[in-house]
Unconditional design. Structure first.
Length: 216
């Protein structure tokens, strides 16, 4: 059973735009796939369909029945809540008892390298650190699939490189399935075990390759 499967998926919008056409994509459990392509090739549409935020016009999308972890470029943290309280939020909404959600949040913060920052407010943190908080929050839902929408696109070059290494480390250990959208071929090849290349007008996958030298 795939973590995510698209079979011949088309997406048209009411204004006549064809965002995606005939898209086939299957992601196995634990597999990290990156999708690269120019603006307008349908990358965000692909993620919206995978997350259930939008539905296909044609073909079928088999997405996880349980939750997906969605990580955006803009981390959308609640500014009045501490780092710890932001990370706890999904479990709080799910009614998880306080002691358990606190323990899981502390684990997630340790995993992303933010132990010691639990009591800080998001406004006191750098962009890279806010992204780590967002990643820890997504880890709380223990999703079978992670969706990344150009999460590092707004970071400066040094922070981006550091975040790519962190993410690579976290995913190498945890074995989550992921679909990672990016403009950067370098980033895609660094992070993913397989890269799909998309092109625009209409959006579709034009190439797919395994990365030959996976990280140790
Ligand atoms: P990318 O993320 O690769 O930049 P998008 O998925 O955002 O691409 O968009 C794919 C195509 O669909 C583009 O031509 C875009 O203009 C169009 N599009 C996206 N969302 C809508 C919408 N809600 N209504 C009409 N056209 C849209
Ligand atoms: P990144 O964004 O990649 O986590 P930064 O370049 O923003 O890293 O910060 C480098 C280091 O400086 C961090 O790992 C952290 O130890 C420290 N730091 C950054 N912001 C703060 C802060 N608000 N309070 C305390 N230490 C900080």
């Amino acid at each position: 059973e795939a973590a995510l499967r698209f079979d011949g998926v088309d997406k048209y919008f009411d204004n006549g735009t064809t965002a995606l056409t005939g898209l086939d994509l299957s992601i196995a459990p634990g597999e990290f796939v990156a999708a690269v392509g120019p603006s307008g090739c349908g990358k965000s549409t692909l993620l919206r369909l995978a997350s259930g935020l939008d539905s296909a016009t044609g073909g079928t999308v088999h997405a996880p029945a349980d939750s997906v972890g969605y990580v955006f470029q803009d981390p959308t943290l609640l500014p009045w809540r501490t780092v710890l309280a932001n990370v706890e939020l999904p479990a709080e909404l799910a009614g998880t008892p306080k002691a358990e959600r606190r323990a899981r949040a502390l684990d997630a913060l340790r995993l992303v390298g933010l132990d010691g920052f639990e009591k800080q407010l998001p406004g006191q943190l750098s962009g890279g650190m806010r992204m780590r908080v967002s990643l820890a929050r997504a880890l709380m839902t223990q999703p079978s699939l992670f969706l990344f929408d150009e999460p590092f696109g707004a970071l400066d070059e040094m922070t981006r490189l550091r975040m790519q290494e962190e993410l690579q480390r976290i995913f190498a250990d945890a074995g989550f399935a992921a679909l990672f959208i990016t403009h950067s071929v370098t980033e895609a090849v660094f992070l993913a075990g397989r890269v799909v290349v998309m092109s625009a007008r209409p959006g579709r996958i034009t190439a797919s390759f395994d990365v030959p030298f996976p990280h140790p």
